[in-house]
Each structure stands twice: as C-alpha cells, then as structure tokens.
Write a protein that binds this ligand. Structure first.
Ligand code: ITT
Length: 194
C-alpha cells in the first residue's frame, strides 16, 4: 500500500520515514517528484492545521495521506511560538532567525520549560480523518548544542538524557513528539485501513 506524506519540510520526511517504516507500506512524498499545492495554515491549533493539510492533500493526490503539524510551546511565553513556530521571526524565517528571536525573548527569564508538540493526521480521500498527538518536555538553553535534527533542536535540552535533541542521532526518533504521535497512528493503523 502507498501512503502520501504531505509536507514540504525535508527533515520531517526523513524523520517520519525512519520512524514509520512498515514493510507493506511505501511512503511517497515531494521527494518522489510529486508536486503539491501550498496549504494555508490558518488554524489556531496544531490539530486544525494538521487535519487541514492532510485533507486538502489527500483530495489533491487521491491517496491516503498523512500530515504533521508541529512546533515548540514555551511556558514563559504563554505557549508561543506554538502553531507559528515555522514563521516565528516573519515571512522569510529560517531556523537560525527563529532561534535567535526565541533566545532574545527569553533573555533574563529563568523559567525555560518548553515542549515540542506534534499532531499527525491520516486523511482518506473520502474525507475521514484520524489525528494523534505526541509531546516531549524539555528546557530552552542559551547556547546551541549538537548537529542533528532541525529547527529548534539545538536549543531544546532534555534533562533525562542530558542532551539536546540535536545531540541525539537516531535516538530522537524514539522519544520525540513526532515518534510518540506516529506510534499511536501505527497502533491504530490496521483498524483505520480496514
Ligand atoms: P509543513 O507544514 O510543510 O509540514 P513546516 O516546517 O512549515 O512544514 P509546521 O508548520 O508544522 O511545518 O512547523 C513546524 C516548525 O516547528 C518547524 O519548522 C520547526 O521550526 C519546529 N519543529 C517542529 N518539530 C520540530 C523538531 O522535531 N525539532 C525542531 N524543531 C521542530
């Protein structure tokens, strides 16, 4: 069976393919040369955006499609950047400019608690959707550490493991918000596809 992965983020494609491997399922994405339209992410929650991306792209490709909406929520910033994580520092945001803004906004603030959140939605071309959430808690540090991952990973320190998620090579894919959401999808997949 083929499932389409609706994301323009190549790091997500790489992680999801590693986490979601199942022999009988082939994951297709823009990396296979399939072009997809941009979906406007105007939802107020990760779940709304995740559903919207999965549904619109499933209708477009006429394939069972999964989408990921994710981000970082910082306690002292009232949950920001949240659903705006990808464009925290504006329209032409990069990982670097987003991280810079985050660290500036946390200057002098002691509470560094944060969490990564991911909502994975599977949508069928007939319109049914199934959403699953995963989270991981950590703390924002001022100096980047590690070379793996993407986005906010070099600044996201997980106390239990004494590492940022950018210092975890494949281990991030066992414990991350994305891994946790995808584990729930995997558990329910046979039922969903029945
Ligand atoms: P698509 O919408 O095309 O999937 P995107 O990168 O725009 O790609 P989101 O709107 O879901 O995706 O934004 C997610 C942002 O949250 C991402 O760009 C990172 O800045 C951050 N983020 C999400 N998961 C992350 C992770 O595992 N590690 C580091 N940063 C992450």
């Amino acid at each position: 069976m083929k499932i389409f992965l609706a994301t323009g983020n190549k790091h997500k494609i790489e992680e999801i393919k590693k986490i979601f491997s199942r022999e009988d399922i082939e994951i297709l994405s823009i990396k296979d040369g399939i072009e997809i339209p941009e979906v406007i992410e105007d939802g107020k929650t990760f779940e709304e955006n995740s559903k919207k991306k999965a549904l619109e792209i499933s209708k477009f490709t006429n394939m069972i499609t999964i989408a990921d909406d994710s981000g970082i929520c910082v306690e002292a910033l009232g949950g920001a950047p949240g659903v705006y994580s990808a464009r925290y520092s504006g329209e032409n945001a990069t990982d670097e400019s987003n991280n810079k803004k985050l660290i500036e906004n946390l200057k002098g603030i002691e509470n560094r608690n944060a969490k990564f959140v991911c909502v994975i939605t599977l949508a069928k071309p007939t319109g049914e959707t199934y959403s699953f959430t995963g989270e991981i808690s950590g703390e924002i540090i001022d100096e980047p550490r590690g070379k793996f991952g993407f986005g906010y990973d070099p600044y996201f320190y997980v106390k239990e493991y004494g590492k940022t998620t950018a210092e975890m090579e494949d281990f991030k894919n066992k414990i991350s918000h994305r891994a946790r959401a995808l584990a729930k999808l995997k558990e329910n997949l046979d039922n969903i596809l029945k």
